[in-house]
Design a protein around this ligand. Structure first.
Ligand SMILES: Cc1ncc(COP(=O)(O)O)c(C=O)c1O
Length: 394
């Protein structure tokens, strides 16, 4: 049956995280493997109120087909929010998408030809690797560290290849939790000047900062060549599947054509509910609540790691977001640790799926947003014991 599939789909890696998540369904397993926002923070009552009011006041309107660009009221709200952060974006330069994930697919449809050279972060977001694989991209992974992208490796890659796209998550990256420093961003923008490389700035976590200062957006530094992705998934709820792309006029024109061909428009009912929710509630107060909760969970994890992990094991110190990245001593595969950890009822995601063409890596991702502080402590203690026994055996 293999020969019925397109070449395009045959090259796409499976989401191996889904396989891992199956092992964590057992309730006695403490799982740091998920990537989900904390469900206890979803504004259930407020969403119910917004939906009831909308159905009463505009039931017929909100059940109709709508514009491919998305609901103007929602685009205006997003533009106002950017303005409050000193980023000037016109509502016409915003396209509402089916989650920010669809932004990657629309970029692929609009800008990528087979074998186009693209830079991705190493480790990088699995959903982006999948999305761009469908467009048969030639990947050039460039390492990231606590400061951001490795500037020497980045410079070498942009000078040796004709790079069509650089995809990055500069704030609290998934999977590593790292953020690019201000200097790192400025240098990247300078290196790309005059090169016609498109930069996709994926920013689903930007609002979830609990430490440090906000940094410049690439959209500020190089607006013509940046596509900025945003999302309500982490600040309201992911099930709505509402995100957006900010793009320059010329690119926007083509993105709208790709959007029409894909799905006509994003679920209008959900766009209107989110908009009504945002109009009737104080979103800043809600985001503060999420930030404070994730900040406490992050602190609990960092403190437990310092206490229970062997000193040879390194960890990132995220200033926001939902993830923390662990580097094991050289030669210790995270898959080996995973197998041992499951027997001790604790789970995480081994680093492998976040790399292109690398196996048995010595890195892993821990999620803290969906586990309470006490459970974080118990889970990290269990994982610390597993690590100690494996490191002694080595
Ligand atoms: C870096 C990154 N980009 C995009 C997404 C997808 O977000 P959305 O729910 O807006 O499609 C995620 C989801 O976890 C993510 O981590």
């Amino acid at each position: 049956m293999g020969d019925i599939f397109s070449d395009r789909i045959s090259d796409v890696p499976r989401s191996f995280i889904r396989e891992i998540l199956k092992l964590t369904l057992d309730k006695s397993v403490i799982s740091f493997a998920g990537g989900l926002p904390n469900r206890d923070l979803f504004p259930v009552q407020e969403i119910k109120d917004a939906t009831d009011r909308l159905l009463e006041e505009a039931g017929k309107d909100i059940l109709q087909y709508s514009a491919s660009e998305g609901y103007l009221g929602l685009r205006e709200w997003i533009a106002d929010r950017y303005r409050s952060k000193n980023l000037i974006v016109h509502p016409d330069n915003i396209l509402i998408t089916n989650g920010s994930q669809q932004g990657m697919d629309l970029l692929g449809k609009t800008l990528l030809n087979d074998n186009d050279d693209i830079i991705i972060e190493e480790p990088g977001y699995l959903g982006a690797i999948q999305a761009f694989s469908l467009y048969r991209s030639s990947f050039h992974p460039v390492p990231v560290s606590e400061e951001g992208i490795d500037l020497d490796a980045f410079h070498n890659t942009v000078t040796r290849h004709s790079i069509k796209l650089f995809y990055c998550v500069p704030n609290f990256q998934n999977p590593s939790g790292i953020s690019y420093s201000e200097g790192n961003r400025q240098t990247i923008a300078l290196m790309l000047k005059g090169r016609r490389t498109i930069l996709m700035e994926d920013d689903p976590y930007g609002e979830l900062r609990f430490l440090g200062k906000e940094k410049s957006s690439f959209y500020q530094l190089m607006p013509e060549y940046t596509l900025l992705l945003g999302s309500f998934s982490k600040i309201v709820a992911p099930s709505f599947r509402i995100g957006w792309i900010v793009a320059h006029d010329k690119i926007m024109e083509k993105l709208v054509i790709a959007k029409q061909a894909s799905d006509l428009h994003t679920n209008y009912f959900c766009q209107r509910i989110i908009h009504r929710y945002l109009r009737d509630n104080d979103i800043d107060k809600h985001i503060r609540k999420i930030r404070e909760a994730y900040g406490r969970q992050r602190d609990a994890m960092v403190t437990a790691i310092q206490e229970y992990f062997p000193a040879e094991v390194l960890s990132t110190h995220p200033e926001g977001g939902m993830f923390l990245w662990i580097t094991l001593p050289k030669g210790l595969s995270a898959m080996t640790v995973f197998t041992a950890a499951i027997t001790q009822k604790v789970a995480f995601v081994p680093g492998d799926p976040f790399y292109v063409n690398k196996n048995d890596v010595n890195t892993l991702r821990l999620n803290y947003s969906s586990v309470d502080e006490e459970t974080i402590r118990t889970g990290i203690q269990r994982l610390g014991n597993v690590l100690k026994s494996l490191i002694i055996k080595k």
